[in-house]
Ligand binder design. Structure first.
Ligand code: HEM
Ligand SMILES: [Cu+2]
Length: 760
């Protein structure tokens, strides 16, 4: 059995050394604009330069520098937590605990979970926020630049405290080579904590490991850091916006960072108090969480009242990046901007109301459980709104197969699977079945790996030219993205299956029949690990060797009117520094300030014009719908005559909406639906699908409703009757769709002609 501490410390050391080597090597072979290569300066000069750089980075308060510090720190923590993960998955290659001991495995899943959630995900998002938020807002800096730097500098000591066990253990073992064990017994007994990242009482009170106290202090410190950062984001969005950035034109990523910061502001002080209580219980004999005091359940309530919102603190910035990046790579503005903002707000409020879904199996009162189940399921609604808006944004877009797009599309996919499996877990009977199994691990990793790092990496590619003035290696990036999506899906879908078969998690030992599946999951994880290293390599090497950015609009965003504030800043800088000429057209409109929405703000004139639009759309819909419905009735009538369509369906239609089973009512509903509901929906959709011929859209639309119709009214035919039924339903709806579009086109053209005649 191997020594975990030595292996992990060595792996971490080797990786950091490799990064330094890549950096050193790439620096030495810098390419100049004339094609030549820079010689490395003398060691002496290099040393001076390093000294100056160190002083600069230690004292900087510039938001861009602080942002990079956060990102580098988060990346180091992510690598460390990732090594934990790889070590865990390595253990699980065999059913027995023959690579590490079970105690080591316990320590690994504890440090992995804590490092990833607290020291990797949140800091990286805070870093991205620090770098781009002021640029997006047109602000000079964050509201409190020095506080900002302090907020960051609390993190490294926090991480070192939380994970000091590893260094103490390695140090002890090294000393033991030269010293006898007795005087350094303390150093030899300290271990990284193995009680699980949720630190459940009573184990977390009784565990004698002193490292647990250091961990609690480290977590407390990180909570202070997060709160400071959150306050700064809130103040910045409120008070530092440029004059032309109003609430209505605030970009979607800033919205998400604002809401996230609000969540952190309410959640982290609570964690802080709970941690202090736990420390007191451990060291000073208080009884907050012991059985003669508040009890172990109290810890769980407090912990999850922080813990569930915390998950959203990590998740919301990722959705913000998705909403910001996706439109850039499909050339269309974000569909339903407002709905996306509202869904973010909705998620933030709901996320505080669902904590007890983590406690369904603790024997809480079933009535309490039931209400938590209801709220937890309700959270699916705002999440689904986001997904639908992303899908609709992509619909018909001009998709550019870049690395960020691959990650966005992959992220939507894994989020759908992760989210849907979460809805199942919110249902008490299912949770009782799957709680504590790998199903849970699969579910949340599809989100914490599926969308969070995907979007971080997508953002790193997207803004790489802006930050460094160079391009990353784009082929390598595409390869890396595909590898990441593939590896993540393989690893965590497999865990869903393993959990579905009932294997408990947090166990180093498992029955032999699961071996193959566990090995597949491990291979998937290694693929994720390799792709993370490729990303790291690309970032470091391209910083010195990447192609220089030649254009002030490297992503060609002006073409689709998406040249947002941060790129305008970039353009100004490139013109200033390198005398580049701005790309055409020089002035651009910001795309994420949806003009249509601005018009519907609540001034009286706007309301009047909104009503006019509604009224004219409604009449257009009614006429088009009537024509379409008549055509469709022809198709269905023929089907009824040849005997493949049963008129009983119309009676069922009435019953479906709760009316008496009367054929007349059914026909009435058919006419009303066909004349009003569908055409209005169609109008709403075609508004958002510019560029595609109305004609084609009509056919797609008709195909979609006919599929719904077929599912709803499938009457049990088989063989030829079924084929005839399908054919006629389809044809009838196509006739409907054509009727709609031709009528719309005709009426719209006539109206435009009339308007132009009036103007003239
Ligand atoms: C390649 C990437 C990753 C792999 C292979 C991986 C693997 C694992 C494994 C094997 C477990 C232990 C399951 C068990 O025995 O119960 C685990 C738990 C966990 N992981 Fe990951 N993980 C990865 C990335 C992440 C990320 C990015 C996050 C968060 C942002 C994360 C958060 C967690 C948490 C919170 C736990 C629960 C720890 C516990 O059971 O107490 N993981 N992961
Ligand atoms: Cu939860």
């Amino acid at each position: 059995m191997m020594n975990r501490a030595i292996v992990e410390a060595t792996a971490l050391g080797v990786l950091l050394a490799a990064c330094l080597a890549v950096w050193w090597g790439a620096r030495g072979r810098r390419v100049l604009s004339d094609g030549g290569v820079v010689e490395r300066e003398s060691i002496r000069n290099e040393f001076d330069r390093l000294q100056r750089a160190a002083l600069r980075w230690l004292t900087t308060t510039d938001h861009k520098d602080v942002g990079l510090l956060y990102i580098v720190f988060g990346t180091v923590a992510g690598v460390w937590g990732g090594i934990d993960a790889m070590m865990m998955r390595t253990e699980l290659l065999t059913p027995a605990a023959d690579i590490w001991t079970p105690e080591t495995y316990n320590a690994l899943f504890t440090t992995h979970g804590l490092t990833m959630l607290i020291f990797f995900a949140a800091p990286v998002f805070f870093g991205i926020g620090n770098y781009v938020l002021p640029l997006l807002l047109g602000a000079d800096d964050m509201a409190f630049p020095r506080v900002n730097a302090i907020g960051f500098w609390l993190l490294p000591p926090a991480l070192l405290l939380a994970r000091a066990g590893l260094f103490i253990q390695v140090g002890g073992q090294l000393l033991n080579l030269v010293l006898p064990a007795e005087p350094i017994r303390f150093l030899l007994t300290v271990r990284e904590v193995g009680v699980g990242w949720t630190l459940y009482a009573p184990l977390s009170i009784q565990s004698p490991n002193p490292q647990l106290d250091l961990l609690l202090l480290g977590l407390h410190l990180s909570g202070i850091a997060t709160t400071i950062g959150a306050i700064n984001f809130i103040a910045t969005v409120f008070y530092e916006r440029a004059d032309d950035v109003t609430w209505a034109s605030l970009d979607i990523f800033s919205w998400n960072m604002l809401v996230t910061s609000g969540l952190a502001l309410f959640a982290f002080p609570l964690l802080g108090s709970a941690i202090v209580m736990l420390l007191l219980d451990r060291n000073f004999g208080t009884t907050f969480f012991t059985s003669d005091g508040g009890g172990a359940l109290l810890w769980q309530h407090l912990f999850w009242f922080w813990g569930h919102p915390e998950v959203y603190i990590l998740f919301l910035p990722a959705t913000g990046l998705m909403s910001l990046l996706l439109p850039k790579f499909v050339g269309r503005k974000l569909f339903g901007f407002r709905a996306v903002v509202y869904s973010t707000l909705g998620l933030s409020v709901l996320s505080f109301g669902v904590w007890a879904h983590h406690m369904f199996v603790t024997g809480i009162d079933p009535r309490i459980g039931a209400s938590f189940m209801a709220v937890s399921i309700a959270i699916a609604v705002p999440s689904a709104i986001k997904v639908f808006n992303w899908l609709t944004t992509m619909w018909d877009g001009n998709i550019r197969m870049t690395a960020p797009l691959i990650l966005c599309a992959g992220g939507i996919g894994t989020f759908i699977i992760g989210g849907v499996t979460g809805v199942f877990l919110a249902v008490i009977p299912i949770d009782i079945l799957y709680h504590g199994t790998y199903y849970v691990v699969g579910h949340f990793h599809l989100i914490v790996v599926g969308i969070i790092p995907f979007m971080m990496i997508a953002a790193s590619y997207y803004w790489y030219p802006l930050i460094t003035g160079r391009w990353y290696d784009r082929r390598l990036a595409r390869f890396q993205s595909v590898l990441l999506v593939f590896g993540g899906t393989v690893a965590f879908m497999t865990l869903l299956v393993i959990g579905g078969l009932g294997l408990p998690r947090r166990q180093a030992i498992y029955p032999a029949e699961f071996q193959l599946a566990q090995q597949i999951a491990t291979v998937g994880s290694y693929v994720v690990g390799i792709s993370a290293l490729l990303w790291l390599y690309n970032m470091l090497a391209s910083y010195w060797q990447g192609d220089r950015v030649e254009s002030t609009d490297p992503w060609n965003l002006k073409k689709t009117n998406q040249f947002t504030n941060e790129w305008q800043w970039f353009e100004a800088r490139m013109v200033d520094r390198y005398d580049m000429t701005p790309t055409e057209p020089e002035t651009v409109r910001r795309s994420y300030a949806p003009e249509a929405e601005a018009a519907s703000s609540l001034s009286s004139g706007a309301v009047g014009s909104t009503w006019r639009i509604v009224a004219s759309n409604a009449s257009l819909a009614a006429i088009g719908g009537f024509v379409g419905t008549v055509l469709m009735a022809g198709g269905l009538g023929t089907a009824a005559l040849v005997g493949v369509f049963d008129l009983v369906s119309l009676i069922e239609l009435a019953e479906l909406v709760g009316l008496p089973p009367n054929p007349i009512l059914g026909v009435g509903l058919f006419l009303v639906g066909g004349t009003v509901t569908w055409p209005l929906l169609f109008l709403a959709f075609s508004d958002y699908l510019p560029g595609r011929m109305l004609f084609e859209t009509g056919l797609v639309f008709a195909t979609i409703i006919s599929s719904g119709f077929i599912l709803a009214f499938y009457t049990g035919q088989s063989g030829l009757a079924l084929v005839g039924y399908l054919a006629f339903v389809l044809v009838a709806h196509w006739a409907y769709g054509l009727g709609l579009t031709v009528t719309f086109r005709y009426l719209q053209t006539r109206r435009r002609d009339r308007l132009e005649a009036g103007d003239a």
